[in-house]
Design a protein around this ligand. Sequence first.
Ligand code: COA
Length: 163
Amino acid sequence: MTGSFIIEPLGPSHGRTEFMCGVDALDRYFREQAGQDVRRRATACFVAREIATDRIAGFYTLAAGGVLLAQMPLRLAKRLPRYPTLPVARLGRLAVALAYRGRKLGGALLWDAIERAGRSDVAVYALVVDAKDEQAESFYLHHGFVAFGEPSRAFILPLPKKT
Ligand SMILES: CC(C)(COP(=O)(O)OP(=O)(O)OC[C@H]1O[C@@H](n2cnc3c(N)ncnc32)[C@H](O)[C@@H]1OP(=O)(O)O)[C@@H](O)C(=O)NCCC(=O)NCCS
């Protein structure tokens, strides 16, 4: 829970048609495609629901993925086992509705994804994202992600080591 919001898996009771984050592709994806992708296990999707109104204030998607060890920044690669690929969780999309911007919801959704990936029983080394533009890039850099691999705009955030 985040203030007056709760972050939960996307379900049939969530109203998606009014979601508007100002990026057409993300709005269209959330309204028209996200539910189907979840049902087909192509991705998981989590939403921030405003408790007082039931409105969806933001969402993110998360799916299993892999990255090549050879693409890792050297300082990370040095500390990793020599397997050709590393298991990661891929943050496919992340958006906050225009009406809810600047209230730390984007950060809360990102933190929720990090925690969720870290709690998984399936091994996840890091959270990975392909930033869609420079603004998204600066958002992920601000939150400690580092650029890696080709094409550029791929960013990685290693999860804390297990104790
Ligand atoms: C990027 C986005 C999710 C941020 O959501 P938000 O709720 O307005 O952001 P927050 O209020 O949670 O900001 C959290 C922190 O990130 C910083 N931040 C927000 N947007 C940023 C940006 N583009 N670049 C750098 N820092 C940014 C804030 O200053 C804040 O910093 P602080 O915690 O040190 O004070 C939102 O602007 C959005 O949905 N944009 C359109 C879709 C998009 O670009 N998605 C990301 C990639 S797919």
